[in-house]
Write a protein that binds this ligand. Structure first.
Ligand code: DX5
Ligand code: ZN
Length: 228
């Protein structure tokens, strides 16, 4: 039985967009469900991306909800900046924080969805104490910092472990997978429990974004239908 009746959700990552034409790039992904917005600080990850000024402009230029992925060393400090700039969902990295429950409350108090992101080397078991509070869990399928990396196969087992944890707690957060996702592996990650797929290069690297989104969604839906 599929985990979610609404099917596979798609979140194109604007990290792979052409920033000189950001408005048109956002128009080209209007069939998606979220805009995935990667915040990189040059400390938690070896790269810098964009901050709140760009987020405010993205928010004004699209009607899609904004899914902010904080790859920063100080999420407790800067989550509120992104909430004020228009984030609809905020995920912070487990590896970067000290008081996860407090940060989840801060995000909820701002009216946004709260998520925890896990690096490939971080086990799902760290979520045991907080899973009941989460609206989403973001499983990194590459080491964070760059678009266009190769999907790590170990993600599949991790998604199954997460599904078992959610079942044992009787919760159904969104399960987001981020890194190296395209039509060729959307099915297998959704069959393992994912239902929100981030895709950067496999969408913005094509000319027909609506077709790219539809292909990934169809592949994901087939996977959801055959959960394994
Ligand atoms: C990686 C970012 C991803 C990235 C995905 O650190 O968190 O969101 O933009 O890009 P692709 O889909 O190209 O791997
Ligand atoms: Zn991301």
């Amino acid at each position: 039985m599929p985990m979610l009746t609404e099917g596979t959700l798609i979140a194109p990552s604007v990290l792979s967009a052409d920033f000189t034409r950001l408005g048109e790039e956002l128009d080209s992904i209007s069939d998606a469900d979220y805009v995935h917005y990667d915040v990189m600080d040059g400390h938690f990850v070896p790269n810098l991306s964009f901050g709140t000024a760009v987020l405010s402009q993205v928010k004004a230029a699209t009607s899609l909800p904004i899914d902010v992925h904080l790859m920063v060393a100080n999420p407790e400090e800067c989550a509120r900046w992104y909430l004020e700039a228009g984030a609809d969902a905020v995920s912070f990295h487990w590896e970067a924080q000290t008081h996860a429950a407090r940060l989840v409350s801060l995000i909820h108090d701002a009216g946004a969805r709260a998520g925890v992101a896990l690096n490939p080397a971080t086990p799902v078991s760290v979520l045991e104490a907080i899973i009941d509070e989460l609206d989403l869990v973001l499983i990194m399928s590459v080491n964070p910092g760059f678009g266009g990396q190769r999907f790590l196969e170990g993600t599949i087992g991790k998604l199954r472990t997460l599904r078992a944890l959610c079942t044992s707690h009787g919760v159904r957060p969104l399960v987001e997978v981020d890194g190296g996702i395209g039509a060729s592996n959307a099915g297998v990650v959704c069959a393992a429990g994912a239902n929100l797929l981030v895709a950067g290069s496999s969408i913005f690297g094509t000319t027909d974004r609506a077709a790219a989104i539809a292909k990934i969604r169809t592949a994901g839906d087939l996977g959801l239908a055959r959960e394994a």
